[in-house]
Design a protein around this ligand. Structure first.
Ligand code: ARG
Length: 263
């Protein structure tokens, strides 16, 4: 995770961002600290990277890479405003025990668009990560990749439309949540085939970035406003844990965006 010390909205690269609206950095920091403390309270380990002035979106650690089995595939950002983040995170990986880092040659926004289900890497495209990056991820990480196409600019990253609750294990498929309307008809069909028992999220939860959550297989950290989704996961036996991320949502991010999982 990266503390939002230099967070601001000075450019707009997704429909959530409006540079004319003020952001409260102190509130963003307090909400971020609450997310970090929530992970610690749930027994997880949190590593932090030093934020850098002039990189207001660096708080969105999820976009900086994809780590599976100790190998890290770094990022290559689409927006020029974010491109410098990739090298800072690459250095962090190398200096923190992830010597096996490969930097992508195609546009690749890390876990923003790449979601590991435990046996397959779901890979989003349409707004940010290039379709060609999916094949590259498959070669570098050595895992099967399934491409999914996003169609709604509000859900510009895959992690705004899909959330893995429990990874696949011992031949059992992953349990996931997704918001169908974020995808093309063909990609919706793929999701239905792969995850017939998925939780299907509704538009109200999607519209508060409710699917941008983080699950450890038991606790599901969700934006506080995603009340219906909290009920849905609770009905499946999970423990919903609400966090308020309204300030970072002004940049189009939620709890998952602020979190890069180190596997
Ligand atoms: N302002 C950032 C951008 O548009 C938000 C990134 C959110 N991260 C995510 N994993 N969805 O790039």
């Amino acid at each position: 995770m990266c503390p939002p010390k230099f967070f601001e909205v000075t450019y707009a690269i997704n429909p959530w961002m409006d540079p004319s609206k003020p952001v409260d950095v102190d509130l963003a920091m307090a909400q971020w600290q609450d997310l970090r403390d929530t992970y610690l309270r749930l027994g997880h380990t949190v590593e932090e990277i030093e934020p850098q002035l002039g990189l207001p979106d660096m708080v969105f650690a999820a976009n900086s890479g994809t780590v599976i089995g100790g190998r890290a595939l770094g990022a290559k950002f689409r927006a020029p405003e974010r491109q410098a983040e990739a090298e800072l995170y690459r250095r962090w990986f190398v200096e923190n025990g992830f010597a096996d880092v490969v930097m992508p040659s195609e546009i690749n926004e890390g876990e923003g668009d790449l979601t590991w289900t435990g046996d397959v890497l779901l890979a989003g495209t349409g707004f940010r990560t290039a379709q060609e990056a999916h094949a590259e991820a498959q070669e570098v990480l050595g895992v099967p990749v399934v491409s999914l196409r996003l169609v709604d600019p509000r859900y510009y990253h895959l992690d705004t439309a899909v959330l893995v609750l429990t990874p696949a294990r011992d031949g059992e498929p992953a349990e996931v949540v997704y918001y169908p309307e974020a995808f093309t008809e063909g990609s919706q069909q793929v999701l239905r085939r792969m995850f017939p028992d998925a939780i299907v999220a509704g538009p109200d939860d999607a519209a508060v970035l409710g699917l941008n959550g983080v699950s450890d297989g038991r606790n599901v950290v969700l934006p506080a406003q995603a009340t219906k989704l909290a009920e849905q996961v609770s009905d499946r036996g999970y423990e919903p844990v609400a966090v308020d991320m309204t300030e970072l949502r002004k940049a189009g991010g939620g709890p998952k965006c602020c979190t890069l999982e180190l596997r």
